[in-house]
Each structure stands twice: as structure tokens, then as C-alpha cells.
Design a protein around this ligand. Structure first.
Ligand SMILES: Cc1cc2nc3c(=O)[nH]c(=O)nc-3n(C[C@H](O)[C@H](O)[C@H](O)COP(=O)(O)OP(=O)(O)OC[C@H]3O[C@@H](n4cnc5c(N)ncnc54)[C@H](O)[C@@H]3O)c2cc1C
Length: 380
């Protein structure tokens, strides 16, 4: 991964972004593509090695959706940007983020799930969304290794997946080529404000002056101090553990959900399985309880996995706000301060739209309507 150009002594930027995960990097690229070339991204560690690395890369707003709301709308809008987003990144960098458009299946194992699936199917069809009802035979025709215990399934042909680690690599190179200054190993300690507006950030390596600061520090966002009271926004880390298997043959083509978790077949042959949602502070640890729960979920969906050892395991921290929704856009408390955080379980999905909307808000000095429900000021 590129380490980026080091900070120069002047340390002045048009925009400084705190956090170089998928969100910070998407915002930086969108700004640079709008002609802002003096953009700095700082990350306290290595770029893209936290939640954005740990994630599964599922882009599936429909799979659990039973109603239309602002979150569903922004999630679908972001998913629909993905084909163009990954294509553009490939032409900018040569890196294929492996957008896989096979689709997503949600398999039911108990009769009481069937009613829930039926309601979701009927509602989504009434909205003109692409969704298919599968009886067990048709589900196994699509996925022959699927358990005989499946009683029905829904297929969401437009819910995709992306290789999130390749996506981060592509975003880094795209930013570097656009002239964005990327500074890893540079921790933001505090936001400096003067007369109610942002003046820049204090970092472990000195002050960076900028009229705009974007907080994209994921699960660590609340730990960044300010000389003025920031809005009361608590972002908590929610630990997620994941496993991968290395089957000798392809066991699935779709992303497959059950009520207990999901499986993600990668084009390099790995099969990912996840996940947990735990309150464990910042303890980045894989536990034996999680390994056995995720393995049993995986085997319930694809019994052939029973004979396979776990290939790899890892954990990461989803950034979660009090209401579980993203925190996006400017705050009326401090001019020039923008939030791009709290993406919880959907930060990979929401990266393209977050980049576009935050960059648009900064460049045009007005907040796009899609951001209004996610304002940082909603907690006041
Ligand atoms: C197990 C797991 C599975 C997931 N699966 C999916 C999925 O399938 N689909 C999906 O859409 N989402 C998924 N997610 C959620 C997704 O990973 C996150 O929502 C997303 O990565 C958040 O991106 P981010 O850039 O905000 O955070 P991060 O990737 O965590 O990046 C934040 C960055 O900020 C840096 N930072 C923190 N504090 C400072 C500071 N003071 N100064 C400088 N830098 C700082 C960190 O070092 C880090 O690099 C999953 C998450 C987990 C953990």
C-alpha cells in the first residue's frame, strides 16, 4: 500500500480528512475529482487496515429490508453507484475490486421464518424491487450444496458483493494519482477551532491548518477532542469476527444469508463466514466461542463445510452511533466541520455515496437533501 507523501512543513490543506478507511478515502477521492487538489488524509495507523479490511464487502440493502425509509434509500442509491464506482477505479488504477453481481440468497430454516420472508417478498415486489421467491428445489438448483433443511429462500439479484481489501488498495492508488496527500502513522489528537469555525487539526506530528475538517475515524471518532464542545455524538465500537475456509471446489456462487449469519464466496476460492456483533471495547480478538458459533452457522447453510478446517480468522470494529444510523454532513455548531462516520454494518456499501455527498456538501456549501436524516445535529 502506498504510504503517501510526507507532511511538508507548511502543513496547510483545503480539506483535511481524519481516518483513511474506505470512508475517508472515498471522500478524499470525490473531493480531488471535483478539483480540490490540496487534500490531506491522516491515519493513525496503516490506511484501510481497520473495519474496512475486516469487512465482508456485502452490498445488500434489500436482504433485510421491509420498509422504505431514508436509510433504505441512501443504501440502494449507494449500491447502484457501485458498477460505475469500481469501473472508474479500475480505469484510474488498474485494480479490479472484483464487484460480483451474482446476487444474494436469504435461506429460511424454520417455518416461522417463511411468513417473514413472504411479507418481505410482497412488500419489495410492490415497490418494484428485484426479488425472487424460491422453493427448496429451485434454491438448490441455483446452489446445489445448500442444505436439504432449507424450507424456502429469497433471491435478491441486485444485492452484490465487492472485495473490500482490493477496494481500499484501489482507493489509495486513485487518491495518490489525484495528488491527495496520504499520511499514515499520523494521529489526529484534536480539532482546533477559532471563533466558531474549524482552523485545522492537531496531530502527533504538528498542526495542519485547513478551513474544512472531515471526521472519518470510524469507531474511534468520539475519542478526538475539540477546543469547543462538539455535538454529543457517541460512536461505539461493535466487534465483528469473521472466518474463512479454503474449499477445494466452489461450494457457492451467491452470497448466502441465514438468520444466524452469512457466507461470501470470493473469486480467489475462499469462502468467508460471519459474523458476530459484540460489545468488547477495542479488544481485537477472535474468541473460541465465536469460531464455533460461526462455523455451526456456516455448516447449517452448506453441510459440505463440516469437513473443512477454518483457514483464517480476524476481527474488526464497526462504528455505531446511538441510533445505529450513519452520521453524515456538517454540524451547525462548528463551521467547516463535517462528519462521515457511524456506518456500522454498511460502510463498504455506503462508501461511494458518502464520498459523493460529503464532497458535494463541501464544494457547494450546501447540504444535499439525502444527508438530512443523518445530520450530526440530530442527537441534540
Ligand atoms: C466483521 C465485519 C464485517 C463487515 N461486513 C460488512 C459488509 O459486508 N458490508 C458493509 O457494507 N460493511 C461491512 N462492515 C462494516 C464496515 O466495515 C464499516 O462500516 C466501514 O469499514 C467503516 O469504514 P470507516 O472508514 O468509517 O472505518 P475504518 O475502516 O475503521 O477506518 C477508520 C480509520 O480511522 C483511523 N483513525 C482512527 N482514529 C484516528 C485518529 N485519531 N487519527 C487518525 N486516524 C484515525 C483508523 O486507524 C482507521 O484506519 C463490516 C464490519 C466488520 C467489522
Amino acid at each position: 500500500m502506498p504510504a503517501g507523501r510526507p507532511l511538508e512543513s507548511s502543513q496547510t490543506a483545503d480539506v483535511v480528512i481524519v481516518g483513511g478507511g474506505v470512508i475517508g478515502l472515498s471522500v478524499a477521492r470525490a473531493l480531488a475529482k471535483r478539483g480540490l487538489h490540496n487534500v490531506i488524509v491522516v491515519d493513525k495507523n496503516e490506511f484501510g487496515r481497520e473495519a474496512s479490511w475486516a469487512a465482508g464487502g456485502i452490498l445488500a440493502p434489500q436482504v433485510e429490508a421491509d420498509k422504505d425509509d431514508d436509510f433504505f434509500r441512501i443504501a440502494c442509491a449507494s449500491r447502484d453507484l457501485y458498477p460505475q464506482f469500481t469501473e472508474a477505479l479500475q480505469s484510474e488504477t488498474g485494480i479490479d475490486a472484483q464487484l460480483d453481481t451474482t446476487g444474494t440468497l436469504y435461506a429460511a430454516f424454520a417455518d416461522d421464518e417463511e411468513a417473514e420472508f413472504r411479507a418481505r417478498f410482497v412488500w419489495q415486489q410492490s415497490q418494484g424491487l428485484a426479488v425472487e421467491w424460491l422453493d427448496p428445489e429451485s434454491a438448490r438448483k441455483l446452489e446445489p450444496e445448500l442444505s436439504e433443511r432449507v424450507c424456502c429462500a429469497l433471491r435478491f439479484p441486485n444485492d452484490f458483493q465487492v472485495e473490500n481489501r482490493r477496494l481500499v488498495s484501489a482507493l489509495l492508488i486513485a487518491n495518490e494519482r489525484l495528488g491527495v496527500r496520504l499520511n499514515q502513522g499520523c494521529e489526529a489528537l484534536a480539532i482546533r477551532t477559532e471563533n466558531g469555525r474549524v482552523a485545522g487539526i492537531e496531530t502527533a506530528h504538528g498542526f495542519i491548518s485547513a478551513p474544512f475538517v472531515v471526521l472519518a475515524a470510524g469507531a474511534w471518532t468520539s475519542s478526538i477532542a475539540s477546543s469547543t464542545a462538539l455535538p454529543q455524538i457517541e460512536i461505539k465500537p461493535v466487534r465483528g469476527q469473521m472466518l474463512s475456509f479454503n474449499p477445494n471446489e466452489q461450494l457457492a456462487r451467491h452470497v448466502i444469508y441465514s438468520s444466524r449469519g452469512y457466507l461470501i464466496p470470493r473469486s480467489d476460492g475462499r469462502l468467508l463466514a460471519g459474523s458476530t456483533t459484540e460489545t468488547a471495547g477495542f479488544e481485537k480478538r477472535v474468541t473460541s466461542e465465536a469460531v464455533s458459533a460461526i462455523t455451526s452457522m456456516a455448516v447449517e447453510i452448506l453441510p459440505a463445510l463440516a469437513s473443512l478446517p477454518v483457514g483464517a480468522s480476524w476481527a474488526g470494529f464497526r462504528p455505531c452511533a446511538k441510533d445505529g444510523l450513519p452520521v453524515l454532513g456538517p454540524t451547525k455548531r462548528i463551521d467547516g466541520l463535517f462528519y462521515a462516520t457511524g456506518h456500522y454494518r454498511n460502510g463498504i456499501l455506503l462508501a461511494p455515496i458518502t464520498g459523493e455527498l460529503i464532497a458535494e456538501a463541501i464544494v457547494s456549501s450546501s447540504s444535499p437533501p439525502l444527508l438530512s436524516s443523518f445530520s450530526p445535529d440530530r442527537f441534540e
